[in-house]
Design a protein around this ligand. Structure first.
Ligand code: 13P
Ligand code: ZN
Length: 280
């Protein structure tokens, strides 16, 4: 495809590509993804990919640190390592990668993108292991999103890092929070990013939660779509912002959403938060 002499790859009109281009820009505008902060991976089917790309044309093979056999043969659109979310919309073929895991799960094959010779996100282990875990929970799961949500990071300095109390505080900040993430949020201890170990721990939490907090770093969200993963993170980030506003107010909160009110909400919206969040 050409416009004024410039070549455009047909994949640039694929909805899965335009969605990730727009979302990375939105995330940067939210202030969450400074510099190269954040990464996204999106599970795709062969049927989705096939109309846009020659799936027999492997551009490069990139070895993984450890094999991911559960996802063998699957296709993913991922952000590249060191790429700026602000720039994905301008340079998608450089900032994104369409990958297929090999049949032995030991490598990924690059089918499109990373045109400057770059690599997929350094958090690929966390993404792949989280996908594996979420697919066990929900066959319609598709997206893992990592971002440096500002208010949420700040909250990990000022709030106890206990999953029950952190979740309860978030639920108490905005009425709809409990309805959006009734399972609560998982929290890891501080760990070195980009490692197999943090991937393993993130995935372990993903068996119970769609939101996993990396203290003083950011958050991982999972969803059936980019919009769902984004919306989950946006909701937590909003609650964290309200938390700071309330605490900045002299004397803190004058009233709160009570446990009875949270339980009434759960009943009205037909969600089942675990009993461990309710002290009495
Ligand atoms: P990448 O640029 O490798 O995706 O890393 C960004 C990041 O947020 C690491 O946690
Ligand atoms: Zn990060």
């Amino acid at each position: 495809m050409t416009t004024e002499g410039k070549y455009y790859h047909p994949i640039l009109s694929a909805p899965f590509v335009t969605n990730i281009m727009n979302t990375t820009y939105d995330m940067w505008k939210m202030g969450w993804d400074e510099l190269n902060g954040g990464n996204i991976s999106c599970l795709l089917t062969e049927e989705e990919v096939n109309p846009y790309i020659d799936i027999t044309n492997v551009l490069r093979t990139i070895e993984l640190e450890l094999p991911i056999t559960e996802l063998a043969g699957k296709y993913f659109l991922v952000t590249g390592s060191g790429k700026y979310f602000r720039k994905v919309i301008e340079k998608p073929e450089e900032c994104l990668a369409l990958l297929r895991l090999t049949e032995d799960g030991k490598s990924v094959e690059l089918l499109w993108g990373l045109s400057d010779g770059g690599r997929p996100t350094s958090e690929l282990a966390s993404h792949f292991m989280s996908h594996t875990e979420r697919l066990k929970q929900d066959p319609n799961h598709r997206v893992i999103m990592h971002t440096h949500a500002t208010n949420l990071i700040a909250m990990t300095f000022t709030h106890d890092l206990d999953e029950v109390s952190f979740t309860r505080t978030l639920w108490q900040m905005c009425t709809e929070c409990l309805v959006v993430f009734p399972e609560g949020v998982g929290i890891l201890p501080w760990m070195v990013p980009g490692t197999f170990e943090i991937g393993q721990e993130t995935a372990r939490k993903m068996s119970e939660f769609r939101l996993v907090i990396w203290p003083h770093h950011g958050i991982f969200g999972a969803g059936k779509s980019i919009d769902e993963a984004f919306g989950l993170i946006e909701t937590v980030e909003k609650a964290a912002k309200v938390y700071h506003l309330v605490n900045a107010h002299q004397g803190g909160a004058k009233q709160v959403i009570t446990d009875q009110e949270l339980l009434a909400l759960a009943e009205a919206f037909n969600v089942e938060p675990s009993k461990r969040y309710f002290l009495n």
